[in-house]
Write a protein that binds this ligand. Structure first.
Ligand SMILES: Cc1cc2nc3c(=O)[nH]c(=O)nc-3n(C[C@H](O)[C@H](O)[C@H](O)COP(=O)(O)O)c2cc1C
Length: 189
């Protein structure tokens, strides 16, 4: 084994693994952008970004489950969460609630194991182009996810995404960036 591979193996063993995703199937998801940016602000961690498109399944129904069992992509989603030490999730708001893409994954996975988030600690976020920054879906998720096994240790909403975030610099509003950094610094992975 080369010196480089030994270092890599060592790093993988001591570094915590953050799994991040946006609650959306949009190719340009602003929530995926925010989750990716935030996960990468943590020190001494490896980051994996999930794309919900990789977990697209037929719309959940009890009949489909009875006919074919639990969809394998729901098990794959559950297994990804198993591998993580910490979750950074930014929720998309559609009509005041979860996107259908996310809700479908949650429904399927909860049929495999209701504790979808497996007692993992989570930084739960939301953003939207509007001034409320996805606060409705953030509230819904904050109240619901613990019932699906999430340990939500902090929440953050980024209002008016396009005024407060740019692709190169991330959060551009100084006060909002300070708030997020304070949250991140308070989290021990
Ligand atoms: C069907 C639909 C419903 C929406 N409903 C809301 C809403 O209730 N509140 C809100 O702030 N934005 C709403 N929006 C705007 C989304 O916040 C915006 O499209 C955002 O980019 C979605 O997040 P994403 O880019 O991570 O998918 C809605 C958009 C769509 C397409």
């Amino acid at each position: 084994m080369s010196f480089g591979s030994i270092i890599l193996l060592f790093k993988q063993q001591i570094m915590k693994k953050i799994l991040a995703f946006g609650g959306s199937s949009s190719k340009h998801s602003i929530n995926k952008q925010l989750a990716t940016y935030t996960a990468n602000l943590f020190q001494n961690a490896t980051v994996e970004i999930l794309d919900l498109n990789d977990y697209e399944m037929p719309i959940y129904s009890i009949d489909k489950e009875k006919e074919n069992g639990i969809h394998p992509l729901a098990i794959a989603f559950y297994d990804k969460i198993s591998e993580a030490d910490f979750l950074v999730v930014s929720m998309t708001e559609h009509n005041g609630a979860y996107s259908s893409a996310f809700k479908n994954i949650l429904d399927w996975t909860s049929r495999y194991n209701n504790a979808v988030f497996q007692e993992k600690s989570m930084l739960l976020m939301a953003t939207s182009p509007g001034a409320r920054g996805g606060s409705s879906v953030l509230d819904i998720s904050k109240n619901r996810f613990p019932r699906n096994g999430a340990n939500v240790i902090a929440t953050f909403s980024l209002p008016s995404f396009y005024e407060n975030f740019d692709k190169e610099n991330g959060i551009t509003n100084k006060d909002l960036k300070k708030d997020l950094l304070q949250i991140i610094n308070s989290i021990e992975l």
